[in-house]
Ligand binder design. Structure first.
Ligand code: URA
Length: 218
């Protein structure tokens, strides 16, 4: 139907559907509640990762939590289940959490820097993490964590906007938008490098101490 015909019927101007990559705008994401945010992520096609996904992986755990753990990207099992850290690395993460009295069911929210699986489990590209950042930022605002734990170099460098190696980022108190943040090894790395488990344990104790300082009742 052409413009003249539509005008004739009083139906012009026509409301045009926005292309999905134009929406939602960043400003809009910044005001979303959980339901809207999850729906926006589920329909996101802002970067090429959407092409290969089975499920988006928004996050898991308590939606208001003192602890926020941020990993890198969903892997194959996460992509099938739509939940972060459900594979071998996830089991190790759950054990790490339990070792300092934490769990997804109780006091932790878990998110990733990107919500769709990179092909072949490659690292997410900076542009892909940048495209997904408004979603992660809004998750952080909604969760209102007292402390953020960054899992692995990719998540740490991306969230902290740093190019320092993980060795330089560990054992320090960082900040993301005023929220204290610490860095430890990624559980998938620990599965391949068992010798560094002791260092990860030190990092968890560091995080626990920091949380006690932030909230003595924790
Ligand atoms: N590795 C990650 O970084 N995130 C997941 O969700 C699973 C594995």
């Amino acid at each position: 139907m052409n413009k003249a015909m539509l005008e004739e019927m009083g139906l012009h101007p026509v409301w045009k559907l926005r292309r999905a990559e134009e929406a939602p705008a960043e400003a809009c994401v910044a005001t979303m509640g959980w339901d809207e945010l999850e729906a926006a992520i589920a329909s996101c096609i802002k970067c090429p990762l959407h092409k290969g996904r089975n499920r988006v992986v928004v996050g898991a755990g308590k939606k208001k939590a003192d602890w926020l753990f941020i990993g890198e990207a969903p892997g194959a099992e996460e992509d099938m289940k739509g939940e972060p850290f459900v594979g071998q690395a996830g089991k190790l993460l759950d054990n790490m959490l339990a070792s300092i009295g934490l769990s997804r069911q109780k006091n932790v929210y878990i998110a990733n820097t990107v919500k769709c699986r990179p092909p072949g489990n490659r690292n997410p590209e900076p542009a892909e993490m940048a495209a997904c950042r408004p979603y992660l930022s809004r998750q952080i605002e909604l969760v209102e964590p007292k402390l953020i734990v960054l899992l692995g170099r990719i998540a740490a460098q991306s969230v902290l906007d740093s190019d320092e190696p993980i060795a330089a980022l560990r054992k320090k108190r960082h900040s993301y938008g005023g929220i204290p943040a610490v860095v430890t090894y990624h559980p998938a790395y620990l599965l391949r490098n068992m010798d560094d488990k002791a260092k990860a344990w030190e990092d968890l104790c560091h995080a626990r101490r920091l949380m006690k300082e932030l909230d003595p009742l924790s």
